[in-house]
Design a protein around this ligand. Structure first.
Ligand SMILES: Cc1cc2nc3c(=O)[nH]c(=O)nc-3n(C[C@H](O)[C@H](O)[C@H](O)COP(=O)(O)OP(=O)(O)OC[C@H]3O[C@@H](n4cnc5c(N)ncnc54)[C@H](O)[C@@H]3O)c2cc1C
Length: 405
């Protein structure tokens, strides 16, 4: 059998593509190919669970556009499918004059990105919203929220099944063979034929793209984000979401406090080089993948430029005291004994050969394929719109092909 579309990866982006395809046309034959034994096993199942408002992103960027549209689609989906979520709002906290300047720039971006009712806060304003926070100025972002992205993914998967999609698990894609009318996708177990291919392989999307001759100037470098968990009797210290002012040189938001939809409160994540693409602990090492990262010209440039930050992140990863010192900038009352080790996630950070940390989403289209090469945060928030955009392109290509045949 030859499928109309094969999607590689059952993370939230791949699941959204399959869902959106069948929503548009239930006659399509779709297969989602996943190497693990379940959906959402990697980035999607290890994230902070924040519904991002879109305040940070460069106006007009693919991220800014997708986050805003994806936000609306996600809320609509959660309401319709009765998935627990909460628009609890968040604060971004400045703790120095230098951060106050950056805060104003973030506020202006938010306004440009169409966010209403943002509020600039002074010290008292901050304390009214989060009584335990210490900052000099801040922004209240009412649109930010929380959800469990595993639950969103599970529902996308179930609806996909109901609409007739096939899902094949424990099936790692090893090579792609381009044909005149599509692809032969070779997995560990079989060959799957498809007219169209969508690569949503997360931490391995660069590798799959390269099999198709795409994204040759980039490599994914895995950065682990480690979390601490606030002990149950200390969760009252955090009402909702508390973020620092991010350093604009990096695509990460800095360690923050996140109340989860299940009531637990996370502190983190940091960002340390992972020694394995899907390495969730310090002990996880894959020598081949590590050497690939360390010898990549783009990574060497990044390491030379930001070695001090990198060393500090490594130190903070081993020193709870240093981690807590960062958190105390936001909540001075937090003590080491209030926190226990939590989970971790690994971000797929796309790096350019030129030493750039690619910030924006990057989706490359070929004749019969789409490669989602860079879908970092807020791609979970944006996923329903990313899926919709990809599907619009696939269907318009199909219509053109039919018109010419
Ligand atoms: C620590 C952390 C915190 C984050 N916080 C947030 C947040 O609060 N809000 C937000 O919006 N976003 C957040 N993000 C980002 C968000 O989680 C990701 O952008 C999103 O989950 C990406 O989804 P994906 O489907 O592209 O990738 P993934 O979820 O990684 O899925 C890719 C899938 O492809 C499969 N795969 C890979 N290679 C192959 C192969 N060869 N064959 C078959 N299958 C393969 C993998 O097994 C995996 O299941 C966070 C990310 C991290 C890591």
């Amino acid at each position: 059998m030859k499928y109309d579309v094969a999607v590689i990866g059952a993370g939230i982006v791949g699941l959204s593509v399959a869902y959106n395809l069948l929503k548009e046309n239930q006659n399509l034959s779709i297969v989602v190919i996943e190497k693990e034994n379940d959906i959402a096993s990697h980035q999607t199942g290890h994230n902070s669970g924040v519904i991002h408002s879109g305040i940070y992103y460069k106006p007009g960027s693919v991220k800014a556009i997708n986050c805003k549209k994806g936000y609306d689609l996600l809320l609509e989906f959660c309401k319709r499918e009765k998935i627990p979520h909460e628009i609890c709002g968040k604060i971004i906290v400045a703790t120095s004059k230098n951060e106050e300047k950056k805060l104003k720039a973030i506020y202006d971006r938010g306004v440009q990105n169409g966010l209403n009712n943002l509020i600039l806060l002074d010290k008292e304003g901050l304390e009214k919203i989060e009584p335990n926070v210490s900052g000099t100025k801040g922004i209240y972002v009412p649109q930010a929220g929380i959800v469990d992205y595993k639950k969103v993914s599970r529902r996308l998967y179930q609806i996909g099944l109901e609409m007739g999609a096939s899902y094949t698990f424990n099936n790692k894609v090893i090579t792609l063979e381009k044909q005149t009318d599509g692809y032969n996708i070779k997995t560990e177990n079989k060959i799957i034929k498809a007219k169209f291919l969508v690569n949503c392989a997360g931490l391995y999307s660069d590798k799959i793209a390269k099999m198709d001759g795409v994204g040759l100037d980039y490599k994914i470098i895995p950065f682990r984000g480690e979390y601490y968990l606030l002990k149950e009797d200390k969760t009252h210290l955090v009402k909702n979401l508390i973020y620092p002012v991010p350093d604009p040189s990096f695509p990460f938001l800095g360690v923050h406090f996140t109340r989860r939809i299940n009531g637990k409160v996370d502190a983190g994540p940091n960002a340390v080089l992972a020694f394995k693409r899907e390495g969730y602990t310090k002990r996880d090492i894959n020598i081949k993948e590590l050497l690939e990262s360390l010898s990549y010209s783009g990574f060497i440039k990044i390491a030379l430029k930001y070695w001090k930050v990198g060393m500090y992140e490594m130190y903070r990863s081993y020193s709870k005291k240093a981690f807590v010192t960062s958190l105390q900038k936001l909540i001075p009352k937090i003590k080491e004994e209030d926190l226990v080790i939590g989970e971790s996630g690994v971000r797929a950070q796309l790096c350019g050969k030129d030493g750039s940390l690619v910030d924006d989403f990057l989706i490359e289209y070929t004749e019969n394929g789409v490669h989602v090469i860079n879908a970092p945060s807020p791609a979970a928030t944006s996923s329903l719109n990313i899926g919709q955009e990809i599907v619009t392109r696939i269907l318009s290509k199909q219509n053109k092909d039919q018109a010419t045949n």
